[in-house]
Ligand binder design. Structure first.
Ligand SMILES: [Ca+2]
Length: 373
Protein backbone atom coordinates (compact mmCIF):
# COMPACT_ATOMS: atom_id res chain seq x y z
CA UNK A 1 0.00 0.00 0.00
CA UNK A 2 3.02 2.26 -0.27
CA UNK A 3 3.92 3.69 -3.57
CA UNK A 4 7.11 5.29 -4.58
CA UNK A 5 6.67 8.72 -6.08
CA UNK A 6 7.60 8.51 -9.77
CA UNK A 7 10.90 10.20 -10.57
CA UNK A 8 10.49 13.85 -11.40
CA UNK A 9 10.49 14.18 -15.13
CA UNK A 10 11.49 17.30 -16.90
CA UNK A 11 9.02 18.58 -19.44
CA UNK A 12 9.62 17.30 -22.88
CA UNK A 13 10.54 19.68 -25.63
CA UNK A 14 11.30 17.94 -28.85
CA UNK A 15 12.03 20.20 -31.76
CA UNK A 16 12.51 19.15 -35.32
CA UNK A 17 12.24 15.47 -34.58
CA UNK A 18 12.38 13.73 -37.92
CA UNK A 19 10.71 10.42 -38.48
CA UNK A 20 12.43 8.58 -41.27
CA UNK A 21 12.89 4.95 -42.23
CA UNK A 22 15.43 2.43 -43.51
CA UNK A 23 19.29 2.01 -44.59
CA UNK A 24 22.73 0.63 -43.56
CA UNK A 25 23.51 -2.24 -41.27
CA UNK A 26 25.15 -1.49 -37.96
CA UNK A 27 25.88 -4.96 -36.68
CA UNK A 28 29.53 -5.45 -35.88
CA UNK A 29 31.14 -8.78 -35.21
CA UNK A 30 32.83 -9.26 -31.86
CA UNK A 31 36.60 -9.19 -32.35
CA UNK A 32 37.61 -9.42 -28.71
CA UNK A 33 36.16 -9.58 -25.25
CA UNK A 34 35.92 -5.80 -24.94
CA UNK A 35 34.21 -5.15 -28.26
CA UNK A 36 30.43 -5.10 -28.20
CA UNK A 37 28.77 -7.73 -30.36
CA UNK A 38 26.13 -5.18 -31.19
CA UNK A 39 26.08 -1.42 -31.16
CA UNK A 40 23.53 0.74 -32.92
CA UNK A 41 24.63 3.44 -35.31
CA UNK A 42 22.09 6.12 -34.46
CA UNK A 43 24.74 8.86 -34.27
CA UNK A 44 25.93 8.48 -37.86
CA UNK A 45 22.60 7.63 -39.46
CA UNK A 46 19.45 9.54 -40.29
CA UNK A 47 17.42 6.42 -40.99
CA UNK A 48 17.09 3.04 -39.30
CA UNK A 49 19.18 0.27 -40.92
CA UNK A 50 17.54 -1.59 -43.80
CA UNK A 51 17.86 -4.94 -42.08
CA UNK A 52 15.87 -3.83 -39.05
CA UNK A 53 12.18 -4.72 -39.00
CA UNK A 54 9.54 -2.17 -38.10
CA UNK A 55 5.79 -1.76 -37.98
CA UNK A 56 4.12 1.62 -37.52
CA UNK A 57 6.16 4.81 -37.27
CA UNK A 58 9.76 4.05 -36.38
CA UNK A 59 12.82 6.08 -37.20
CA UNK A 60 15.78 8.14 -36.02
CA UNK A 61 15.14 11.23 -33.92
CA UNK A 62 17.95 13.70 -34.65
CA UNK A 63 17.02 16.04 -31.80
CA UNK A 64 16.68 13.67 -28.84
CA UNK A 65 19.33 11.44 -27.27
CA UNK A 66 20.48 9.78 -24.09
CA UNK A 67 24.05 10.05 -25.39
CA UNK A 68 25.24 11.90 -28.47
CA UNK A 69 22.56 13.61 -30.56
CA UNK A 70 20.41 10.88 -32.08
CA UNK A 71 18.15 8.12 -30.83
CA UNK A 72 15.53 5.82 -32.32
CA UNK A 73 11.89 6.72 -31.78
CA UNK A 74 8.59 4.93 -32.04
CA UNK A 75 5.49 7.06 -32.43
CA UNK A 76 1.81 6.25 -32.42
CA UNK A 77 -0.91 8.80 -33.07
CA UNK A 78 -4.51 8.55 -31.81
CA UNK A 79 -5.55 7.55 -35.37
CA UNK A 80 -3.15 4.60 -35.31
CA UNK A 81 -4.28 3.13 -31.99
CA UNK A 82 -5.35 -0.16 -33.56
CA UNK A 83 -2.00 -0.66 -35.29
CA UNK A 84 1.10 -2.25 -33.79
CA UNK A 85 4.10 0.02 -33.32
CA UNK A 86 7.46 -1.67 -32.88
CA UNK A 87 10.97 -2.14 -34.18
CA UNK A 88 13.38 -5.07 -34.08
CA UNK A 89 17.08 -4.67 -34.73
CA UNK A 90 18.98 -7.01 -37.02
CA UNK A 91 19.84 -10.27 -35.28
CA UNK A 92 23.48 -10.75 -34.34
CA UNK A 93 25.28 -14.02 -33.51
CA UNK A 94 25.58 -14.97 -29.85
CA UNK A 95 27.79 -17.72 -28.49
CA UNK A 96 26.66 -19.61 -25.40
CA UNK A 97 27.42 -17.93 -22.11
CA UNK A 98 26.67 -14.78 -20.20
CA UNK A 99 25.98 -11.46 -21.93
CA UNK A 100 25.36 -7.89 -20.87
CA UNK A 101 22.53 -6.19 -22.73
CA UNK A 102 21.86 -2.53 -22.25
CA UNK A 103 19.64 0.24 -23.56
CA UNK A 104 18.42 3.70 -22.60
CA UNK A 105 14.75 4.58 -22.85
CA UNK A 106 12.47 7.55 -22.52
CA UNK A 107 8.72 7.96 -22.93
CA UNK A 108 6.08 10.59 -23.57
CA UNK A 109 3.04 8.36 -23.64
CA UNK A 110 -0.58 8.72 -22.60
CA UNK A 111 -0.70 6.07 -19.91
CA UNK A 112 -3.84 5.59 -17.75
CA UNK A 113 -1.83 2.83 -16.07
CA UNK A 114 1.54 1.13 -16.35
CA UNK A 115 0.34 -1.31 -19.01
CA UNK A 116 0.19 1.57 -21.52
CA UNK A 117 3.92 1.53 -21.94
CA UNK A 118 7.02 1.24 -24.05
CA UNK A 119 9.09 -1.90 -23.58
CA UNK A 120 12.55 -2.94 -24.77
CA UNK A 121 13.20 -6.66 -24.91
CA UNK A 122 16.08 -8.93 -25.83
CA UNK A 123 14.95 -11.76 -28.08
CA UNK A 124 16.92 -14.95 -28.64
CA UNK A 125 16.57 -16.78 -31.94
CA UNK A 126 17.53 -20.28 -33.00
CA UNK A 127 19.57 -21.08 -36.13
CA UNK A 128 16.43 -20.90 -38.28
CA UNK A 129 15.61 -17.39 -37.04
CA UNK A 130 12.70 -18.40 -34.83
CA UNK A 131 12.36 -16.51 -31.52
CA UNK A 132 12.83 -19.09 -28.77
CA UNK A 133 13.05 -16.86 -25.71
CA UNK A 134 12.90 -13.24 -24.65
CA UNK A 135 13.65 -11.11 -21.63
CA UNK A 136 12.40 -7.64 -20.77
CA UNK A 137 15.27 -5.18 -20.59
CA UNK A 138 13.33 -2.09 -19.54
CA UNK A 139 10.00 -0.29 -19.72
CA UNK A 140 8.66 3.24 -19.38
CA UNK A 141 5.18 4.71 -19.22
CA UNK A 142 3.67 8.17 -19.04
CA UNK A 143 6.29 10.89 -19.20
CA UNK A 144 9.59 9.45 -18.16
CA UNK A 145 12.97 10.98 -18.78
CA UNK A 146 15.95 8.97 -20.02
CA UNK A 147 16.93 6.05 -17.89
CA UNK A 148 19.36 3.28 -18.65
CA UNK A 149 18.56 -0.40 -18.36
CA UNK A 150 21.18 -3.14 -18.09
CA UNK A 151 20.58 -6.84 -17.78
CA UNK A 152 23.01 -9.75 -17.52
CA UNK A 153 21.49 -12.73 -19.29
CA UNK A 154 22.52 -16.23 -20.13
CA UNK A 155 21.88 -17.48 -23.62
CA UNK A 156 19.06 -20.04 -23.54
CA UNK A 157 19.61 -23.55 -24.89
CA UNK A 158 19.62 -23.52 -28.69
CA UNK A 159 20.13 -19.77 -29.13
CA UNK A 160 22.20 -18.82 -32.19
CA UNK A 161 21.36 -15.13 -32.44
CA UNK A 162 19.83 -12.27 -30.47
CA UNK A 163 18.21 -8.95 -31.26
CA UNK A 164 16.60 -6.01 -29.49
CA UNK A 165 12.90 -5.40 -29.86
CA UNK A 166 11.15 -2.19 -28.79
CA UNK A 167 7.41 -1.69 -28.77
CA UNK A 168 4.66 0.69 -27.68
CA UNK A 169 1.85 -1.20 -25.91
CA UNK A 170 -1.72 0.22 -25.94
CA UNK A 171 -0.58 3.85 -25.57
CA UNK A 172 -0.36 6.78 -27.95
CA UNK A 173 2.67 9.03 -27.90
CA UNK A 174 6.40 8.59 -28.31
CA UNK A 175 8.93 6.11 -27.02
CA UNK A 176 12.65 6.65 -27.56
CA UNK A 177 15.52 4.20 -27.27
CA UNK A 178 19.26 4.83 -27.43
CA UNK A 179 22.62 3.22 -26.63
CA UNK A 180 21.59 -0.32 -27.53
CA UNK A 181 24.50 -2.58 -26.75
CA UNK A 182 25.26 -6.27 -26.30
CA UNK A 183 28.58 -7.53 -24.97
CA UNK A 184 29.78 -11.04 -24.27
CA UNK A 185 30.87 -11.49 -20.64
CA UNK A 186 31.93 -15.10 -20.16
CA UNK A 187 31.46 -18.71 -21.18
CA UNK A 188 30.20 -19.70 -17.79
CA UNK A 189 26.57 -20.66 -17.63
CA UNK A 190 25.58 -20.97 -14.04
CA UNK A 191 23.58 -23.84 -12.69
CA UNK A 192 19.96 -23.44 -11.67
CA UNK A 193 19.74 -21.15 -8.67
CA UNK A 194 20.25 -23.02 -5.42
CA UNK A 195 17.88 -20.71 -3.56
CA UNK A 196 14.50 -20.17 -5.14
CA UNK A 197 13.01 -17.56 -2.82
CA UNK A 198 13.12 -15.70 0.48
CA UNK A 199 9.68 -15.00 1.97
CA UNK A 200 8.79 -12.66 4.84
CA UNK A 201 5.83 -12.68 7.22
CA UNK A 202 4.78 -10.43 10.10
CA UNK A 203 1.83 -10.38 12.49
CA UNK A 204 -0.37 -8.43 10.05
CA UNK A 205 -1.47 -8.55 6.42
CA UNK A 206 0.67 -6.32 4.24
CA UNK A 207 3.24 -6.01 7.06
CA UNK A 208 1.24 -3.06 8.44
CA UNK A 209 1.81 -3.97 12.07
CA UNK A 210 0.17 -2.26 15.03
CA UNK A 211 2.37 -0.43 17.57
CA UNK A 212 1.84 -3.18 20.15
CA UNK A 213 2.46 -6.09 17.76
CA UNK A 214 5.73 -7.99 18.14
CA UNK A 215 8.33 -6.51 15.83
CA UNK A 216 9.51 -9.86 14.61
CA UNK A 217 9.64 -11.01 11.03
CA UNK A 218 9.46 -14.71 10.17
CA UNK A 219 11.68 -15.45 7.19
CA UNK A 220 11.54 -18.59 5.09
CA UNK A 221 14.34 -19.46 2.69
CA UNK A 222 13.24 -21.98 0.07
CA UNK A 223 16.14 -23.92 -1.44
CA UNK A 224 16.42 -26.55 -4.17
CA UNK A 225 19.34 -28.33 -2.50
CA UNK A 226 20.70 -28.45 1.06
CA UNK A 227 22.44 -25.28 2.20
CA UNK A 228 26.11 -25.51 3.15
CA UNK A 229 27.63 -24.58 6.49
CA UNK A 230 28.43 -21.08 5.32
CA UNK A 231 24.87 -20.51 4.19
CA UNK A 232 23.11 -20.93 7.49
CA UNK A 233 23.19 -17.26 8.44
CA UNK A 234 20.88 -14.76 6.81
CA UNK A 235 22.13 -11.18 6.52
CA UNK A 236 19.59 -8.40 6.90
CA UNK A 237 19.25 -4.63 7.18
CA UNK A 238 16.32 -2.23 7.48
CA UNK A 239 16.30 0.77 5.17
CA UNK A 240 14.00 3.77 5.06
CA UNK A 241 12.16 5.14 2.03
CA UNK A 242 15.32 6.82 0.75
CA UNK A 243 17.48 3.74 1.20
CA UNK A 244 19.30 4.89 4.35
CA UNK A 245 19.98 2.17 6.89
CA UNK A 246 17.71 2.41 9.93
CA UNK A 247 20.25 0.51 12.03
CA UNK A 248 23.31 -1.68 11.76
CA UNK A 249 22.94 -4.78 9.56
CA UNK A 250 22.12 -7.95 11.50
CA UNK A 251 22.32 -11.69 11.12
CA UNK A 252 19.73 -14.39 11.75
CA UNK A 253 20.44 -18.10 12.05
CA UNK A 254 18.51 -20.51 9.86
CA UNK A 255 17.01 -23.54 11.57
CA UNK A 256 16.87 -27.12 10.37
CA UNK A 257 15.06 -27.46 7.05
CA UNK A 258 11.58 -28.84 6.47
CA UNK A 259 11.47 -30.85 3.29
CA UNK A 260 8.50 -30.82 0.92
CA UNK A 261 9.13 -32.88 -2.20
CA UNK A 262 12.46 -31.67 -3.55
CA UNK A 263 12.40 -28.27 -1.84
CA UNK A 264 13.78 -27.40 1.56
CA UNK A 265 12.38 -24.61 3.72
CA UNK A 266 14.71 -23.01 6.26
CA UNK A 267 13.22 -20.62 8.78
CA UNK A 268 14.72 -17.72 10.69
CA UNK A 269 13.32 -14.98 12.91
CA UNK A 270 14.46 -11.40 12.61
CA UNK A 271 13.77 -9.18 15.60
CA UNK A 272 13.44 -5.50 14.70
CA UNK A 273 12.63 -4.54 18.29
CA UNK A 274 16.01 -2.95 19.00
CA UNK A 275 15.97 -0.60 16.02
CA UNK A 276 13.64 2.05 17.39
CA UNK A 277 11.48 2.05 14.24
CA UNK A 278 9.00 4.91 14.25
CA UNK A 279 5.24 4.51 13.72
CA UNK A 280 3.93 5.89 10.45
CA UNK A 281 7.17 5.61 8.50
CA UNK A 282 7.92 3.44 5.47
CA UNK A 283 10.64 0.83 5.93
CA UNK A 284 12.11 -1.96 3.88
CA UNK A 285 13.65 -5.11 5.30
CA UNK A 286 16.38 -6.42 2.97
CA UNK A 287 17.75 -9.93 3.44
CA UNK A 288 20.44 -11.92 1.64
CA UNK A 289 22.06 -15.31 1.77
CA UNK A 290 25.33 -16.43 0.12
CA UNK A 291 24.93 -18.97 -2.68
CA UNK A 292 27.34 -21.75 -3.62
CA UNK A 293 28.45 -19.58 -6.49
CA UNK A 294 27.71 -16.14 -7.85
CA UNK A 295 26.02 -13.26 -6.12
CA UNK A 296 24.13 -13.70 -2.84
CA UNK A 297 20.41 -14.34 -3.20
CA UNK A 298 18.46 -11.25 -2.11
CA UNK A 299 14.89 -10.22 -1.46
CA UNK A 300 13.15 -7.52 0.51
CA UNK A 301 9.77 -6.54 1.84
CA UNK A 302 8.22 -3.26 2.88
CA UNK A 303 6.73 -2.73 6.31
CA UNK A 304 5.32 -0.03 8.55
CA UNK A 305 4.13 0.38 12.10
CA UNK A 306 0.71 1.88 11.80
CA UNK A 307 -1.80 2.69 14.57
CA UNK A 308 -5.44 1.77 14.10
CA UNK A 309 -6.91 4.34 11.67
CA UNK A 310 -8.83 7.22 13.26
CA UNK A 311 -11.63 6.66 10.75
CA UNK A 312 -12.49 3.35 12.42
CA UNK A 313 -14.35 5.38 15.11
CA UNK A 314 -16.84 6.60 12.51
CA UNK A 315 -19.66 4.97 10.61
CA UNK A 316 -18.71 3.85 7.12
CA UNK A 317 -20.98 6.38 5.45
CA UNK A 318 -19.37 9.22 7.39
CA UNK A 319 -16.01 8.76 5.67
CA UNK A 320 -16.30 9.92 2.06
CA UNK A 321 -13.53 7.87 0.46
CA UNK A 322 -13.55 4.55 -1.29
CA UNK A 323 -11.08 2.08 -2.70
CA UNK A 324 -10.74 0.87 -6.25
CA UNK A 325 -8.83 -1.90 -7.92
CA UNK A 326 -8.85 -3.50 -11.35
CA UNK A 327 -9.90 -6.74 -9.70
CA UNK A 328 -12.16 -6.32 -6.67
CA UNK A 329 -12.10 -10.04 -5.98
CA UNK A 330 -8.64 -9.70 -4.44
CA UNK A 331 -9.68 -9.91 -0.81
CA UNK A 332 -6.39 -8.64 0.62
CA UNK A 333 -6.93 -5.39 -1.27
CA UNK A 334 -10.14 -4.82 0.74
CA UNK A 335 -8.41 -5.72 4.00
CA UNK A 336 -5.53 -3.35 3.27
CA UNK A 337 -7.85 -0.51 2.28
CA UNK A 338 -9.71 -1.00 5.55
CA UNK A 339 -6.42 -1.08 7.44
CA UNK A 340 -5.52 2.32 5.96
CA UNK A 341 -8.80 3.85 7.07
CA UNK A 342 -11.01 3.46 4.00
CA UNK A 343 -14.53 2.63 5.21
CA UNK A 344 -16.43 2.33 1.92
CA UNK A 345 -15.41 -0.42 -0.48
CA UNK A 346 -16.03 -0.68 -4.17
CA UNK A 347 -15.42 -4.43 -3.93
CA UNK A 348 -18.27 -6.64 -5.02
CA UNK A 349 -17.47 -9.15 -2.28
CA UNK A 350 -20.08 -8.26 0.33
CA UNK A 351 -18.96 -10.96 2.77
CA UNK A 352 -15.55 -9.38 3.38
CA UNK A 353 -17.12 -5.91 3.71
CA UNK A 354 -19.53 -7.26 6.31
CA UNK A 355 -16.69 -8.94 8.19
CA UNK A 356 -14.69 -5.70 8.29
CA UNK A 357 -17.68 -3.45 9.00
CA UNK A 358 -17.18 -1.59 5.75
CA UNK A 359 -19.88 -0.02 3.63
CA UNK A 360 -20.09 -0.84 -0.06
CA UNK A 361 -20.41 1.42 -3.04
CA UNK A 362 -20.71 -0.42 -6.30
CA UNK A 363 -20.05 1.23 -9.63
CA UNK A 364 -18.06 4.23 -8.47
CA UNK A 365 -18.44 6.92 -11.12
CA UNK A 366 -15.72 9.19 -12.39
CA UNK A 367 -12.72 7.52 -10.79
CA UNK A 368 -11.19 6.37 -14.04
CA UNK A 369 -11.32 9.95 -15.30
CA UNK A 370 -9.62 11.19 -12.12
CA UNK A 371 -6.85 8.59 -12.46
CA UNK A 372 -6.02 9.92 -15.88
CA UNK A 373 -5.48 13.46 -14.57
CA1 LIG B 1 22.60 8.32 -29.21
Amino acid sequence: MFFRVPPVVKSLAVFGAALLTLPAATVRAADGPAAPAFAEGFETETKLPADWTTQGKAGIDQAEAFKGRHSAVLQRTPEEMEQPCWLATAAFPVKPGTWDFSAALKSDLTSPDASFNGVVKVEFLDATGKVIDSAKLGEAYGRQNWQSAVKRLETPEGAAKARFQAQINKAKGKFWIDELSAAFVSDTVKKASQISRIVFATAQTGNLIYPDDPRTVAVTVVANSPLGEKQRELGWVVRDYWGAEAGAPGKAALGEPKQTGKTLAYEATIDLGGLGLEPGRYYELHAWLPQEEGEPFRNYTSLAILPKPATSRYKAEEIPFTNRNWNSNIIDFVRLANRLGIRMSSAANLQICKELGMGTMLGVPGIHEIEQR
